[in-house]
Design a protein around this ligand. Structure first.
Ligand code: ADP
Length: 585
């Protein structure tokens, strides 16, 4: 955050302290101004102004501060520092880099009132200009490039609120983020660093209908419930159902250029796990460290609830910044329930009228504002970029009827419902195929048809139909047992079992199975489909169902996932299935 250097305008004093909520007297402030509270200067944000009393939510632990201590107003909204250096960094909820704080304090547990700029101010970056003197640039236009990490070229853009004009001077070479790299006839100078208020979406020309999938490498997601680049998705699930593993798989394999991982966990160790794990991970497409395209925002354990809100906004603003450069960004928020609980706590301290289950009436609006910042955009500079937003939801007891899940459902277009029963049966990813959905399916079909195979939609529909039929048959089986079913229905159950075991299940911890390309996803379905067709022909020819299901080849269906040379494996397997079944009649 960048308020440190701002001149402090007005002083007030603390009137009362209630957890993360502090009221102040005599403070001349506007809504959402950033203030420093108490002798220690804890960072907070104005959330209510009434007569002479200003209410502030404080982003740091407030114990030990009390009435009559000073409250200083910066007169600036909560903003993030944007520029090279955002990637490969782990931040806390108010964009303080954890490693720098650790150095300052000698421990990973943050002290209060410690401040640090969001991006390193002393580091020199090699700036390569892409404009020359005499060029005319407008706000949003690219003026140069910096190699931010081994994976990502950082485009230096004219800030959105600039007037723009003719380039009067260009500096190439090594600069810090605060030094001027390009000067304009408008008397404006461009530096690599810019600030942006977190609650304000960065401008764009237009939000377009997304037409490209964000490939996740997870069969059930790409195959049945795809999310678009620029799309929104929710992953609700009870504890232990696989939310974190799914989010990690997405962070690792999603074909986005940039990953922003926002962790607003409640328990400290949830976040510690992410902080320890991520720097170890490798980007499978480049072999570079995954962190080279990732920015992590972690609400650490000693940050109070209010900071969960700033985490989410900081994350989406950083995402928009890279979108403006023309990148596809995927933002993962884990978990939005913790953010909603923070809203509930603050709201109750403000004695606002509670809505459903004590959540404030504006819960739905806040969630919507967040997800609305996702999308596939035409940027101000004419490039296209996207922000995909994927939020985990942790409903207490796994009950999806609670307000956070329900309000999220109304907004997002992809719903990946994790299921405790499936997790218990070790069916992973435990995404319930009856409850999950994607509203992007049809609009993404042309992409899959063009890039994978023409009959992608038909194959998917075939799989969905078989799984639906299985659900209905299972109800009968529960009543009368499998043997009471007619042969054709017994065979359908067998086909469905292969769909579940070799198509829907995927082992995140197997080196090959962990990622499945859309081609492999498609071929997996066609292999099972082939078994289905050949099996029903055999049945029609009078072969008993026991013989059909007992051929040698079919168990090999379940090993498709772990095959590296899957094309040959699947082709041979299809042949063998056909031959063995045809030999029976
Ligand atoms: P949550 O975040 O919902 O509490 P986790 O993501 O930690 O749950 O998952 C719990 C456990 O389930 C993991 O430790 C792992 O053993 C198993 N698991 C989840 N997803 C998968 C997967 N795709 N493949 C294999 N195992 C999985």
């Amino acid at each position: 955050m960048s308020q440190t250097e701002q001149a402090v305008r007005e002083d007030g004093v603390i009137r009362s302290v209630s957890g993360p909520v502090v009221t102040a007297r005599g403070l001349d402030a506007r809504m959402n101004d950033v203030v420093y509270v108490g002798d220690e200067g804890l960072m907070g944000e104005v959330i209510e102004i009434e007569d002479n009393v200003t209410t502030v939510q404080v982003y740091e632990e407030t114990s030990g501060i009390g009435p009559d201590e000073p409250v200083r107003n910066t007169g600036e909204p909560l903003s993030v520092d944007l520029g090279p250096g955002l990637l490969d960094t782990i931040y806390d909820g108010v964009q303080r880099p954890l490693d720098i704080l650790e150095d300052k304090m000698g421990s990973p547990y943050l002290d209060r009132g410690v401040d640090a700029p969001g991006i390193e101010l002393n580091k020199k970056w090699e700036f390569e200009p892409t404009v020359t003197e005499g060029d005319v640039v407008e706000s949003g236009d690219e003026v140069g490039v910096v190699e931010e990490t081994v994976t990502i070229d950082h485009k230096v853009l004219v800030p959105p609120n600039y007037e723009g004009g003719e380039v009067t001077a260009v500096n190439s070479g090594e600069f810090t983020v605060e030094e001027t790299v390009v000067e304009l006839s408008s008397d404006e100078s461009v530096q690599m660093r810019q600030e942006w208020p977190v609650r304000e979406p960065r401008p764009a020309v237009e939000k377009k209908t997304p037409r490209e999938p964000l490939i996740s490498g997870q069969r059930i997601l790409d195959g049945l419930f795809p999310i678009a680049k620029g799309g929104t998705a929710a992953i609700p699930g009870p504890f232990g159902s696989g939310k974190t593993v799914t989010q990690h798989q997405l962070a690792k394999y999603a074909d986005a250029d940039i990953i922003i991982y926002v962790g607003c966990g409640e328990r400290g160790n949830e976040m510690t796990e992410v902080i320890d794990d991520f720097p170890e991970l490798e980007d499978p497409s480049t072999g570079n460290p995954l962190m080279a395209r990732t920015s992590l925002i972690a609400n650490t354990s000693n940050m109070p609830v209010a900071a969960r809100e700033s985490c989410v906004y900081t994350g989406i603003t950083i995402a928009e910044f890279y979108r403006d450069m023309g990148y596809d960004v995927a933002l993962m928020a884990d978990s939005t329930s913790r953010w909603a609980e923070a809203m509930r706590e603050i709201s109750s301290r403000l004695e606002e009228m509670p809505g459903e289950e004590g959540y404030p009436a504006y819960l739905a609006a806040r969630l919507a504002q967040f997800y609305e910042r996702a999308g596939y955009f035409e940027n101000v500079n004419g490039t296209e970029g996207s922000v995909s937003a994927i939020g985990a939801v942790s409903p207490p007891g796994g009950d999806f009827s609670e307000p956070v899940t329900q309000n999220t459902l109304r907004i997002v277009k992809t719903f990946w419902a994790l299921d405790a029963d499936l997790a218990e049966r070790r069916h992973f990813p435990s995404i319930n195929w009856d409850e999950s959905y994607s509203l992007y399916k049809e609009q993404l079909d042309p992409w899959f048809q063009e890039n994978v195979e023409d009959d992608w939609p038909e194959e998917r529909q075939w799989a969905v139909d078989v799984l639906d039929e299985e659900s209905e048959l299972q109800e009968i089986v529960q009543l009368v047992g499998k043997d009471a079913l007619p042969d054709d229905q017994q065979l359908t159950l067998e086909v469905a079992r292969y769909l579940r075991e070799s198509y829907l299940q995927q082992n995140a911890f197997h080196p090959v199975d962990t990622y499945c390309s859309p081609e492999k996803t498609y071929l997996t379905v066609t292999a099972i489909h082939r078994f289905n067709d050949e099996a029903f022909e055999a049945l029609d020819a009078g072969v008993p169902v026991d013989e059909i299901v007992n051929i040698d080849a079919t168990p090999r269906l379940n090993r498709i996932g772990v095959q590296e040379d899957y094309e040959e494996y699947i082709a041979t397997l299809k042949e063998d299935i056909a031959t063995q079944l045809q030999e029976l009649y």
